[in-house]
Ligand binder design. Structure first.
Ligand code: FAD
Length: 278
């Protein structure tokens, strides 16, 4: 199949060691073949990875690729956020993924921002035109939300506060995404909501992440992954089939693009995009 233009973006996390920095540099170079719309870099709880996030974002910009910095506000003051936004602007960052974030347990709930919608409103008030703002969306509901309805309303509030587009938590059930889009549309949301895609590389890692972030692994996928035991080749082959099929359904159903949670690895994202003809 000849490649077709379908927007993709790719997410990285800031490496903690010099070896990790080098491995990510190599992975990025391979992934740039996909011509991503942008690459984003996560931001640790309470700003704990700020240095690594900003230096990874700078490296991507220096490679001539648009970069988005994730940015979380929980526990932060207005003055601190103002200062960090000025730094990002000076670095040439034009896109942010604006989040509430989570504080590690024991940190309390201090700070001058309560929800991501507060951060979006703050950015728009302080620097109206400087950033394209992405926000997070949860087709299977954010784990702390009171109900699915209140969570979709909280999402719509972020868009009303000034978000330009959204990226979802990952999921393996496309119906949850399509339903979420319908519900957000009914609340007047008209911005692109791009599905977040988590390639499956390791069974234990996927279970751990999914428990933490509330993403459901459907029973049929969980059982098959368990049945492979330590057979990583079978897990990877199965994961590629399942995730490529998911992406195909999302594209056919009108998803405006795909955002890959690369986990700083290139192979799975490259193979899925090859199979999709992207
Ligand atoms: P919010 O949108 O503020 O929502 C948080 C909770 O509050 C939800 O349950 C919502 O329903 C509820 N809520 C919102 N507004 C109201 C209101 N007015 N009244 C009552 N309830 C309300 N975490 C990181 O630490 N670093 C990252 O880089 C990072 N990147 C992410 C990228 C994506 C695409 C996604 C989907 C998640 C990411 N996360 C990241 C995880 C995220 O920080 C957590 O899920 C966090 O718990 C919520 O952040 P949020 O911005 O979605 O919060």
């Amino acid at each position: 199949m000849s490649p077709t233009r379908f927007p993709i973006s790719i997410e990285f996390f800031p490496p903690k060691t010099p070896e990790g920095v080098e491995k990510l540099r190599v992975a990025r170079q391979q992934l740039y073949a996909l011509k991503p719309e942008f690459c984003s870099v996560t931001f640790g709880a309470g700003g704990s990875t700020q240095e690594g996030t900003f230096s990874t974002v700078s490296a991507i910009l220096a490679e001539g690729v648009p970069a988005a910095s994730h940015f979380s506000c929980i526990g932060a003051t207005h003055a601190r956020v103002r200062e960090q936004l000025a730094t990002l602007k000076a670095m040439g960052v034009k896109r942010l993924v604006a989040l509430r974030g989570d504080l590690p347990s024991g940190y309390g709930t201090g700070g001058e921002f309560h929800y991501a919608s507060d951060l979006v409103a703050f950015i728009r008030a302080e620097m109206p035109d400087d950033f394209h703002i992405e926000v997070a969306a949860y087709p299977e509901m954010h784990p702390q939300a009171k109900s699915p309805e209140s969570d979709v309303k909280a999402f719509a509030a972020k868009v009303q506060a000034g978000a330009n587009s959204a990226i979802t938590q990952y999921f393996y059930n496309p119906d949850a995404y399509f339903r979420f889009i319908e519900e957000a549309d009914a609340l007047g949301v008209r911005v692109p909501v791009v599905p977040g895609i988590m390639p499956i590389a390791s069974s234990s890692q996927l279970m751990r992440f999914s428990d933490a972030c509330g993403a459901e692994i459907p029973r049929w996928i969980r059982l098959r992954l368990q049945s492979f035991g330590d057979d990583t080749a079978s897990i990877k082959a199965f994961g590629l089939d399942v995730v490529t099929d998911l992406c195909e359904q999302l594209r056919a159903g009108g998803a405006p693009g795909l955002h890959f949670y690369s986990m700083n690895q290139s192979a799975a994202t490259l193979e899925i995009c090859k199979r999709l003809g992207v």
